[in-house]
Ligand binder design. Structure first.
Ligand SMILES: C[S@@+](CC[C@H](N)C(=O)[O-])C[C@H]1O[C@@H](n2cnc3c(N)ncnc32)[C@H](O)[C@@H]1O
Length: 253
C-alpha cells in the first residue's frame, strides 16, 4: 500500500530509545537489549503501523517483542500506537527498521526467538518471479529456522488464498508442521487474536482471514531455498500430501 511521507516519523524514531535502524550490530545480543532479557522473545515481520502490535505488547508484559518493517513512515505510526497503548518507556519492545529479506544478518541463533509473527505480508501473486519476495518464501523460512529456538513457531495470517496455499507448501518443505489451521479465523473464534490494520480492512470487505500456527521440526530439510521455485506440479503434489496430514480445519497433526 502506498503511504504518504510523514515528515515527523524519522525525527521521532531517531529520538525513540526503543528504535533501531539496521540492527546488524546487535546480532546474537538482542535479548540483552530488553529490561528483562530472560523473557521469551517474539518477532514480528512487517508490523506496518503496529495497530495489532500495540495491543499485543500492552497485553503481554511478560514477553519481549522485536517488531520489524522497512518503512520509516509506517514505523513512525507504530511507535505512536505503541506509546499510546504501553506508555512512553515500555521495557518489552524494540522497533526495528530493517529489510527482512536479510533478517539472518540481524538476528542469529543466540537470539533464539520462541515465535515469529507474519501478518498480511505482501502476497506477490502477479508474477511467479516475484514469489521470492514473499516473507513466507523458503528463502525467508530457512533464515527464520536459524533464528527460532528448537520447537519455535511461526504464526501466519493473510487474506490471500494463493499466498496461503503456497505458504503451506513452503512451510512443509522447510520443515514446519501444522499446529493449528483455519481458513476463516474469525468464524473459528481462535484467541488471542489481535486485529491488524489490514485484517480490519479485509474483514470489513467480507474476506475470510486464513491463519495457521506452524512449529519448526528439529530436522532441517536438505534443499537450497535460493534455487527453489514453486511450480504448479510441486504445489499440487505438496498440497495432496498436506491434505493427508490435516484431517479437518483446526486440527494439526
Ligand atoms: C501489507 S502490510 C501489513 C502490515 C501489518 N502487518 C498489517 O497486518 O496491517 C506489509 C508490511 O510489510 C512491510 N514489508 C514488506 N516487505 C518487507 C521487507 N522485505 N522488509 C521489511 N518490511 C517489509 C511493508 O513495509 C508493510 O508495512
Amino acid at each position: 500500500m502506498h503511504m504518504r511521507t510523514k515528515k515527523w516519523a524519522r525525527p521521532e524514531l531517531d529520538a525513540c530509545p526503543f528504535y533501531t535502524n539496521g540492527g546488524e550490530e546487535y546480532r546474537n545480543a538482542w535479548r540483552q537489549r530488553f529490561a528483562a532479557p530472560e523473557k521469551p522473545l517474539h518477532l514480528e515481520m512487517g508490523c506496518g503501523k503496529g495497530v495489532s502490535t500495540a495491543a499485543m505488547v500492552a497485553d503481554n508484559p511478560d514477553i519481549n517483542y522485536a517488531v520489524c518493517d522497512m518503512s520509516p513512515d509506517v514505523l513512525g505510526s507504530a511507535r505512536r500506537n505503541i506509546i499510546a497503548a504501553c506508555g512512553e518507556n515500555p521495557g518489552n519492545i524494540m522497533i526495528l527498521r530493517t529489510d527482512i529479506c536479510f533478517i539472518g544478518r540481524v538476528f542469529g541463533p543466540e537470539d533464539g526467538a520462541e515465535r515469529i509473527y507474519i501478518h498480511f505480508c505482501n502476497p506477490w501473486t502477479e508474477h511467479p518471479k516475484h514469489a521470492k519476495r514473499r516473507l513466507t518464501h523458503p528463502r525467508q523460512l530457512m533464515q527464520y529456522r536459524e533464528i527460532l529456538k528448537p520447537g519455535g513457531e511461526i504464526w501466519f495470517k493473510t487474506d490471500d488464498d494463493t499466498l496461503f496455499q503456497d505458504s503451506l507448501v513452503y512451510l512443509d518443505l522447510c520443515g514446519f508442521e501444522i499446529r493449528y489451521l483455519t481458513h476463516d479465523l474469525h468464524a473459528a473464534g481462535f484467541t488471542p487474536n489481535y486485529i491488524s490494520e489490514h485484517e480490519r480492512k479485509f474483514t470489513d470487505l467480507g474476506v475470510p482471514i486464513k491463519f495457521g500456527i506452524f512449529r519448526m521440526k528439529a530436522k532441517a530439510p536438505a534443499f537450497d531455498p535460493t534455487r527453489y521455485r514453486l511450480t504448479p506440479g510441486v504445489r499440487a503434489e505438496a498440497l495432496k500430501r498436506l491434505d493427508r496430514d490435516v484431517n479437518e480445519e483446526g486440527t494439526g497433526k
